[in-house]
Design a protein around this ligand. Structure first.
Ligand SMILES: Cc1cc2nc3c(=O)[nH]c(=O)nc-3n(C[C@H](O)[C@H](O)[C@H](O)COP(=O)(O)OP(=O)(O)OC[C@H]3O[C@@H](n4cnc5c(N)ncnc54)[C@H](O)[C@@H]3O)c2cc1C
Length: 445
């Protein structure tokens, strides 16, 4: 690709695919860089169904979902580089310089805007400090999924699953279907971390027990895992002495959380938010550094691929606007500082009850009527009313019968007629509310 391009999309999972397609549609000269041999990201190994209900109105497997976007990408002029790593990005005056390492060697590319869609990675045994030796057989749920679904190799015959995240639940079912014995899923928290539908369809339907307030405290075995030690934990997740039991197994599958991949963003000084550690962004998924956008699991850990694609589409569209505006300025040879699209921020803020709230900023220079907000509750709750205030004025209210941290909620704010100034805050609160009768969801606002 010669000359300066408009947009470089880094990562070819569902977020990057949607972003590249949307950017191309908006007229931007786009490059998509993927380090693996095939596009599709994590979806390639998710051979179960349940993807695409919102976006395509169909129940698809992960590869089928990805294939729809890969086909659509084929109809665009997006250049794709596979087996290529982005190892370095430098911010220069009015553009970014990327260093790419691929089969043909090292090359550099200059781009006006960047979309970071690098996904997330799993926490490993090291990050949760399990005592004991380092035998084979202790692997993450995603790695177990890769062995089973891509390589066709069963990673263990009798296993314990630690953590009740969705990947662990899905692998409990998958390993059972392949003939392995799953002794149980052990969760340190008092409530499960995965979606309710996965608890029902992956554990209950297969008689796989779920033990809460328990954890693995030690592993045994030299070359290969021989057993694990399980203990009950107190409310601070500390093992309770005298409660340990030893379980013989050759596999310990870890499903203990996902971490957004943001090393490239960090190297560029993009401010990240804790604890999710995704970049702080505005409603168009532009980070606090002009021209750097983030989407998908790199921005926040999503529960549905449909939401991942939605964020990619939005980032792609607005990155194209940014890049085309910058290109026009470059071509007219006028100072970049004259660009009228300077962002002015209001803040979106949730209290302690919110585990996450994305976006965290509103660019009040470019507000559409419908603004999408994603949030998760910090703790499991019954009837809850979510309210949002701009100063004294209530601008949103919706009542839920139940909120659970694993389930990401999506709401739409109508903001067009709201007068907001720089630094103004839209404050979200959660308050207890009566549960609707008959199991119906009661929605206001
Ligand atoms: C086991 C499992 C089961 C799931 N089940 C469901 C389900 O039933 N329904 C549902 O809707 N969703 C499900 N999901 C969620 C969904 O798969 C993810 O949310 C989605 O794949 C995230 O998309 P992404 O594009 O953000 O990241 P990814 O799919 O992880 O893609 C990121 C891509 O970026 C590339 N990359 C990273 N860094 C670089 C770099 N420096 N240079 C070049 N390339 C790079 C990676 O190789 C990867 O291809 C599941 C996820 C998992 C793991």
């Amino acid at each position: 690709m010669s000359g300066r391009i408009d947009i470089a999309v880094i990562g070819g999972g569902p977020a990057g695919l949607a972003a590249a397609i949307a950017a191309d549609k908006a007229g931007a000269k786009t490059l998509l860089v993927e380090r693996e041999a095939r596009l599709g990201g994590i979806l390639k190994q998710c051979i179960h169904d349940g993807f695409g209900l919102l976006r395509f109105g169909e129940k698809l497997s992960g590869p089928e979902y990805a294939f729809k976007d890969i086909e659509a990408l084929g109809q665009t002029t997006v250049e794709v580089k596979l087996l290529t790593f982005v190892t370095r990005i430098e911010k220069c005056e009015g553009f970014f310089r990327l260093t790419l390492v691929g089969a043909l060697g090292i090359e550099t590319v200059e781009t006006r805007a960047l979309i970071l869609s690098t996904g997330c990675r799993e926490r490993t045994a090291r990050q949760i400090a399990i005592h004991g030796t380092r035998p084979a057989g202790v692997i993450t749920a995603g790695a177990a999924q890769y062995y089973t679904n891509i390589l066709g190799q069963l990673p263990c015959k009798r296993c314990v699953i630690l953590g009740s995240g969705d990947i662990g639940l899905i692998m409990a079912r998958r390993l059972t279907l392949e003939g392995a014995k799953v002794i149980g899923v052990y969760e340190a928290k008092p409530t499960p971390s995965g979606l309710s539908r996965n608890i029902a369809q992956c554990l209950e339907d297969f008689d796989i027990p779920l033990y809460t307030s328990r954890t693995v405290t030690r592993v045994f075995g030299r070359e290969r895992l021989e057993a694990v030690e399980i203990a009950s934990v107190d409310e601070k997740m500390r093992p309770i002495p005298g409660t340990t039991e030893r379980i013989a197994c050759d596999g310990l599958i870890l499903s203990v959380g996902l971490i957004p991949e943001n090393e490239l963003a960090e190297s560029l000084g993009v401010p990240l938010e804790n604890p999710a550690r995704g970049p702080i962004c505005d409603q168009h998924y532009e980070t606090l550094i002009d021209g750097i956008f983030s989407c998908g699991n790199a921005l926040q850990v999503n529960d549905l691929a449909d939401y991942v694609s939605e964020s990619g589409e939005c980032a792609g569209r607005y990155a194209a606007d940014f890049a085309v505006c910058l290109k026009n300025t470059d071509e007219k040879n006028i100072s970049n500082s004259g660009i009228s699209s300077k962002r002015i921020f209001a803040k979106l803020s949730g209290g302690r009850d919110f585990l996450s709230l994305v976006p965290q900023r509103l660019n009040i220079n470019n507000i559409e009527d419908d603004t999408t907000i994603f949030f998760r509750a910090r703790e499991e709750r019954g009837g809850t009313r979510i309210r949002a205030f701009a100063g004294e004025k209530e601008i949103f209210s919706k009542t839920y019968n139940q909120l659970r941290p694993p389930e990401m909620e999506r709401i739409t704010l109508k903001l067009k007629n709201l007068r907001l100034g720089e630094g103004d805050v839209i404050q979200f609160i959660m308050e207890d509310a009566p549960v609707a009768q008959g199991g119906e969801w009661r929605v206001e606002g």
